[in-house]
Structure formats: structure tokens, C-alpha cells
Design a protein around this ligand. Structure first.
Ligand code: SPD
Length: 357
């Protein structure tokens, strides 16, 4: 009888152990239950102390994963392997995800801190009622350069990137829309152009840039430029600001032919499991002190008006990173070009990358 009880107890203990292990495995794979929140964000795009603060204040455990392009993020979310509660796509990706029913409507009554967002960043065309998305950061795409290493170039025009003196001196951000768009802009075309002849012309021109391109890289572009491993980089403005914090000799400029103006926004994917927690997190990130701390940490431009007032004047008054509406009027926002054209842009970018090898 004793033997039977012992065996029974062992079976119960083993079963409980297995249940615990399965729970742990689920949570590390991104499973969101009532008390966890699975966030899918760009790399280097939040102050980690704020995640800890949110966990302490809410009692919710955050599971955090990162991506390096809108395309990679959309593929993962549409495959549905992991149920993400929060993600931070850019505008054209939001418009595509809405179309594909990958997002869920937000409950604005749970977001009282939405009042702090500058009206300039609300009701934009990709989500006119902000029914699905809440502004996180915004910025431009431009050129960081080392004035002592580029002769008299000042990059008023994209064409200066093709100068012979820049052989093996340029780093490009690893983004299909960014690089193909830059090629199009340099020819005087829109970065939303879908005309096949124009696209081929842009790829041909980009191919001629190859001898000047040292590497196409992700977040490490910041460290490489700050360490002067290359003289020039095609980067997002927030990365430029962080690079220039590390190395104040460097400059940032947006060429005059035009460039990209972008908006990254917090969304709740349709497959989210912790919708309540996701609203709590969005509202937390909208708090002026939290948003100011985040902007100061990551170097990107905040759309939060109250947060901007809390930032030091050398940040909030810097027109390179907080350009006014007059300046941004000559910039273009990426349109959702549709799944077919988006994958065509990706193929052209791949073609350009292959040519370098
Ligand atoms: N390391 C954070 C990068 C975030 C950049 N988002 C810009 C997207 C422009 N389409």
C-alpha cells in the first residue's frame, strides 16, 4: 500500500513539474497570459529602465522581442507563431496591416494620456481616426557625415554620394524602402514611385554606387559611424542624433531633392492575448515623463508635446531632429504600395545587394 502511495505521489509531482515546465516554455516563446505582455519592437528603441518601471507599476511581466525592418515584423505577425500584444510599425506598414486585418481597434477611453500627443501627429492619412495606432516616434532619413573626411561635400544633393572620393566610405541602413527610395529621390522621382522604368533606372544608378558602399548594416551602423569606421552613412534621424552624441564632429543633413518623413506608432495586433495590458502599456508610454525619458535615451524625436517641454532645450530646439512643418513639407511619407509592389521593392533591393558581392 505504502509503495502505491509513493508511486502515486511521484506521478503527481512529475505531472506538476511537467505543467510548470510547459508554462515556462510557453512564456519564453512569447505566450501572453493575463499577467504577461509580449512586445515586438525595433532594436534599440526603448529605454530598458522603462520596461522595468512598467513591470513594477503594473505587475505585468514583459516578454520582449525585436525586429530590424517593417517587412520582417509583418511577416512574423502574419505567420502568427507568436501572439504579440504590442508592436511598433511605421505608417505604410500600419496601412498594410489594417488591410490584412492584422490589427485590432484601440479603446481610446483606456488611453487618457493620448491628450499629450501633439495634434500635428494625430489623424494622419494611414490611420485618420487613430483607431489602430498611437504615435511613438517620428523622424527623417538623411546623411550623417564626417566633415573632415569628405572634402568639400555637404550633401545638399543625394548625387554627392556618388563622388569618387567616397570610395568604400558609405554605410547604408539595411532597408529596401530607404535605399530604393533614395535612388528614386536622387533621380528626382517620388520615393513611392511604382513606374517600372523609373525603378530600373534607380537600381541601375544604385549599382554605380557600389564601389562607394562599405557595408549595408543594421543597428551597428551607429557604432561604426561614431567610431569613424566610415565617413558617410544613410541613417534615420534618431540614429543620427545618437551617433552625434557619441561623436560631436559629425553632421546630419537631409538632401534638398527631398527624402522620407516617417512615423512609428504603437499598435495592438489582432492576435494579442493581453489587450488590457497592451492598453496599459500604451498609456504608460504616453505619460509625459516616461515619453521624455524614452526620447532622451533612444535619441529619436517624440510626438508627445508635453514630453517635449520636459526635454532640455538643446534637444527640443534642435531643428535637425525637430524640423518644423515648413521643412517637413518637402519630405514624403511612404505609401502602402500593396503587397506585390512591396515585394518587388524587396527583390530590387536584394538585386542591388547581390551586385555588391
Ligand atoms: N533602432 C530603431 C530604428 C527605428 C526606425 N524606425 C524608422 C522607420 C522608418 N520607416
Amino acid at each position: 500500500m505504502k509503495q502505491l502511495v509513493r508511486t502515486f505521489l511521484l506521478v503527481v509531482i512529475a505531472a506538476l513539474g511537467m505543467m510548470y515546465a510547459a508554462k515556462m516554455l510557453n512564456s519564453s516563446a512569447g505566450y501572453s497570459s493575463g499577467n504577461t505582455l509580449t512586445i515586438y519592437n525595433w532594436g534599440d528603441y526603448i529605454d530598458p529602465d522603462l520596461i522595468k518601471q512598467f513591470e513594477q507599476e503594473s505587475g505585468i511581466k514583459v516578454i520582449y522581442q525585436t525586429f530590424d525592418s517593417n517587412e520582417a515584423m509583418m511577416t512574423k505577425i502574419s505567420q502568427g507563431g507568436t501572439a504579440f500584444d504590442i508592436s511598433i510599425p511605421s505608417e505604410y506598414a500600419i496601412s498594410k496591416m489594417k488591410e490584412e486585418n492584422l490589427l485590432q481597434k484601440l479603446d481610446h477611453s483606456k488611453l487618457p494620456n493620448l491628450q499629450y500627443i501633439d495634434p500635428r501627429f494625430m489623424h494622419l492619412s494611414f490611420d485618420p481616426d487613430n483607431a489602430y495606432s498611437i504615435p511613438y516616434f517620428w523622424g527623417t532619413l538623411g546623411i550623417v557625415y564626417h566633415p573632415d573626411l569628405v572634402g568639400d561635400l555637404t550633401f545638399e544633393s543625394w548625387d554627392e554620394l556618388w563622388s569618387e572620393q567616397l570610395r568604400n566610405q558609405i554605410l547604408l541602413v539595411d532597408g529596401a524602402r530607404e535605399v530604393i527610395g533614395m535612388g528614386l529621390n536622387s533621380l528626382g522621382y517620388s520615393l513611392n514611385d511604382t513606374n517600372e522604368e523609373h525603378l530600373q533606372e534607380a537600381v541601375k544608378k544604385l549599382t554605380k554606387l557600389t564601389p562607394n558602399v562599405k557595408a549595408i548594416v543594421g543597428d551597428e551602423i551607429k557604432m561604426l559611424l561614431a567610431n569613424e569606421e566610415a565617413a558617410v552613412g544613410l541613417v534615420w534621424s534618431g540614429d543620427a542624433s545618437e551617433i552625434m552624441d557619441e561623436n560631436d564632429v559629425l553632421e546630419y543633413t537631409v538632401p534638398e531633392e527631398g527624402s522620407n518623413l516617417w512615423f512609428d506608432n504603437m499598435v495592438i495586433p489582432a492576435s494579442a492575448r493581453n489587450v488590457e495590458g497592451a492598453h496599459q502599456f500604451i498609456n504608460f508610454m504616453l505619460d509625459p515623463e516616461v515619453a521624455a525619458q524614452n526620447a532622451e535615451y533612444v535619441g529619436y524625436s517624440t510626438p508627445n508635446k508635453a514630453a517635449l517641454e520636459l526635454l532640455p532645450e538643446d534637444i527640443s530646439g534642435d531643428e535637425r531632429f525637430y524640423p518644423d512643418e515648413e521643412l517637413t513639407a518637402r519630405l514624403e511619407v511612404y505609401n502602402n504600395l500593396g503587397a506585390k509592389m512591396l515585394s518587388h521593392y524587396n527583390e530590387l533591393f536584394l538585386q542591388f545587394k547581390m551586385h555588391r558581392k
